[in-house]
Write a new protein. Sequence first.
Length: 249
Amino acid sequence: MLGDLIDDGDRKGESADQWRHFEKQFGSNGTDGLLKYPVYEGWGNHDGPPIGKEKFGFSTQAQLKARNAERKKAGRIGTVAENGLHYSWDWNKVHFVHTNLYPADKQHAKVRYSMPWHDPQGALAFVKDDLKAAVGDSGRPVVIMSHCGVDTDWWHPEDWAEFYKAVKPYNVIAYFYGHSGTGLKKWKPEGEDKPLDCVNTGQTEKGFFVVEITEKRMRLAYHIKKDAKAEAVEWEWKFLLDKPITQGK
């Protein structure tokens, strides 16, 4: 889950209630919520400011830090950042990295919008250290995720290029993000040869991406309701991607 877990991250009398709804519906480990599947989440721009910056006594990020500690103890994730927020894990031979808001270290000096809510809190440094330690030169497939993609004006284009530079040596098979809509795009900085496959995951009230990764391929598609308001729900598939992948050395 790629951010905006609740609507109002720092609103008196509402944030804690909205978080309780999130926990009840999605749970954490696949047994404690309506969704019977383990959940790996990060914060978005609706989820509130950094820990200690909230005004009304409730911090979504503090809840996420506690959930990461529980996941770590249970062995569901491998590495957690020093701040307790960014984390990574392995599913079989694929390495996953959750960078929360977006993979930069701090808000760019040219972007003054909504501080400190848009502070990425050292996410890029975590990506660099984690990939070096957990992946190295193995060539293992990597999936990186965050709330924002390279179409969000308060994640600055100069920082997009720094992120690309950091992950370029690795076998990144997909970059998943939310925030701005639904769809697929290929992106690379000017002058680079190999684009990243960027998957914009959209809104769960309309549909969800289904992803399959095997030894040789990754395929995915968006399973979407033809009419989200219809009483009899009909589904269709959009945004199909089928690509070969390598499994490393």
